[in-house]
Design a protein around this ligand. Structure first.
Ligand SMILES: [Zn+2]
Length: 140
């Protein structure tokens, strides 16, 4: 199922961890799919239009997968409101980050680092109440 010009639902549900653990990571409500489509239209497609192909490393997570990857208990990934974006280089990541910071709406934009790996977590709430919160987190 296509969510926007260049993003399909399968990019948001595929997970190596889910595959390895035999977890079926599929959306369980229309709301979750609508949220992912909204995330594409408002954040990810504009990013893609500006920079070319974007790789999503984690999009939707069913509760079982969210537990398996150690996600927060109220993670927006479980509602289809968030995506983690692969950064080909740190410099390219910084360009993505600057671009998204200036988008009209998002809920959280988080620069995350674990060891030598960087990624960006971005979320948006389709029904409003977006905080435009920008921060960076180091995980170990
Ligand atoms: Zn995330």
């Amino acid at each position: 199922m296509q969510l926007s010009t260049n993003f399909s639902l399968s990019e948001f549900t595929r997970s190596d961890t889910a595959k390895r653990l035999g977890i079926v990571n599929e959306c369980s409500s229309v709301e979750q799919v609508l949220n992912l489509a909204y995330l594409c239209h408002t954040v990810l497609q504009p990013l893609r239009d500006r920079f070319g192909p974007i790789r999503i490393t984690s999009g939707y997570r069913c509760p079982q997968l969210n537990d398996a990857v150690g996600g927060a208990s109220n993670s927006q990934h479980m509602r289809g409101e968030a995506a983690d974006i692969y950064l080909p280089t740190k410099a390219k990541g910084e360009e993505y980050y600057e671009f998204m910071k200036n988008l009209p709406a998002f809920d959280q934009l988080i620069w995350e680092r674990s060891g030598g790996t960087y990624w960006i977590h971005v979320s948006i709430r389709r029904l409003g109440g977006n905080r435009k919160q920008v921060k960076s987190i180091v995980k170990n």
